[in-house]
Design a protein around this ligand. Structure first.
Ligand code: XLS
Ligand code: NI
Ligand code: NI
Length: 436
């Protein structure tokens, strides 16, 4: 029995289509900048929100009931849910998905039981991947829901919890490898603090560095070659998450010798919680060679938390794609919809509308960004703005031919610096609007 009997494969119908179950912009085989849209985006559906989201929030109980759920925490129910998930992803045409260990399989009474439960569900994930050709973008371990992780996982004050987390990541990495996962994600969960009076920050950071180095070592033992990604987020659930933004993460990776193996998974709503724009985080990560993948969603400016809404703002997706194209694409990463339906959106069809909207918005952003790049106006402006660095003094400074003495002599002789020209922000904002 199909879970979505009224939906057939979502097709591209072009911008004039009024069919809500069709793509108007995402045309997977269309070539943009020499690559298909499908390969640019590598769209991915998240298991936790899309198949486990029940609409509950800190103020209220679940609002969303799914006909395919039998209401139990059994392995059979979990296995059946996998078949529903793959039916959904196949009809949507998403080539990838992502999951936490505890999203797909119930936690057991012991760690060994949890491992066995996971294996039983991974059997079905593997079968469904083979049946549909849908691949795993990344796997991860949920080390924040269970009360044992109340003080953190790798940064817990309780050494046993560090050991538990290591055992859990070891297993999750094995499963990710078994499923051919292209990346493995570490989002910091509760790695942070609520209060500095009870926190030894240095020790906790050292433990986290040690933990991630153990993960690298183990990946070599099992020949897991996927990219490791850490996912910056400044707060929630803790008041301060150690992986607070791209810059903090990259400093951490450098400090603990992890730069070779790690990149970043940048999430829109996390960027804005950190007081940055998504474009800033992407550009910063890209400028350090650390742009790995994105968790595509959006927050709400009038709410202060991680609302994880589906992205539909064309300016946002345009800026994302400008930054992604500038840094050479997402490589083995993808555009992963870490986004959930609103509590009031209770119909299973809303899952299709949400993902179709996100995919179309990114496809449109890609086309707009490519048109801006083809026009060349932005690049020409930048080339001109930084022109003083291309020849003469600027070029000599960049080439390392100067020091404070020589620069001082140069300016004493010249007497005054060349005049500045306009930054033309308003002109450029209007320029971008020509393409949107
Ligand atoms: C939470 C994070 C989480 C990660 C995966 O805010 O976005 O969903 O992406 O653990
Ligand atoms: Ni995320
Ligand atoms: Ni998030």
């Amino acid at each position: 029995m199909p879970a979505f009997p009224d939906v057939s494969k979502i097709k591209y119908e072009g911008p004039d289509s009024t069919n809500p179950l069709a793509f108007r912009w995402y045309n997977e085989d269309e070539i943009v900048e020499g690559k298909s849209m499908k390969d640019h985006m590598r769209f991915s559906v998240v298991y936790w929100h899309t198949f486990r989201g029940d609409g509950s929030d800190p103020f209220g109980m679940p609002t969303i009931e799914r006909a395919w759920e039998d209401g139990t925490d059994s392995i059979e129910n979990a296995q059946n849910r996998v078949r529903v998930a793959f039916e959904f992803m196949e009809k949507l045409g998403a080539p990838f998905y992502a999951f936490h260990d505890r999203d797909v399989a119930p936690e057991g009474a012991t760690l060994a039981q949890s491992h066995a439960n996971l294996d039983a569900v991974v059997d079905v994930l593997e079968q469904e991947q083979q049946r549909t050709g849908i691949k795993l973008l990344w796997g991860t371990a949920n080390m924040f829901s269970n009360p044992r992780f109340m003080h953190g996982a790798a940064t817990s004050c309780n050494a046993d919890i560090f050991a538990y987390a290591a055992a859990q990541v070891k297993k999750a990495m094995e499963v990710t490898k078994r499923l051919g996962g292209e990346n493995y994600v570490f989002w910091g969960g509760r790695e942070g603090y609520m209060n500095l009076y009870n926190t030894d920050m240095k020790r906790e950071m050292d433990h986290l560095g040690q933990f991630l180095n153990m993960a690298v070592d183990y990946s070599k033992t099992i020949d897991f070659e996927g990219t490791f990604l850490i996912e910056p987020k400044p707060k929630e659930p803790t008041k301060h998450q150690y992986d607070s933004d791209a810059a903090a993460c990259i400093n951490f990776l450098r400090a603990y010798g992890l730069m070779d193996r790690f990149k970043l998974n940048i999430e829109t709503n996390h960027a804005t919680l950190a007081g940055h724009s998504m474009m800033h985080e992407l550009d910063y990560a890209g400028s350090q060679g650390c742009l790995g993948s994105i968790d595509a969603n959006t927050g709400d400016l009038l709410l202060g938390w991680d609302t994880d809404q589906f992205p539909t703002d064309i300016y946002l997706t345009t800026r994302c794609m400008l930054a992604i194209l500038k840094h050479g694409g997402l490589g083995a990463g993808g555009v992963n919809f870490d986004a959930k339906l609103r509590r009031e959106s209770t119909d299973p069809m809303d899952l299709f509308h949400a993902h179709i909207g996100g995919m179309d918005s990114f496809a449109r952003g890609l086309k707009i960004a490519a048109a801006i790049r083809a026009d060349g106006g932005l690049q020409n402006f930048l080339d001109e703005r930084y022109g003083s660095w291309n020849t003469g003094l600027g070029a000599d400074i960049e080439a390392g031919k100067h020091n404070f003495e020589s620069l001082s002599a140069y300016m004493l002789e010249k007497g005054e610096a060349d005049a500045n020209s306009s930054g033309r922000q308003e002109y450029l904002e209007n320029y971008i609007n020509r393409f949107v």
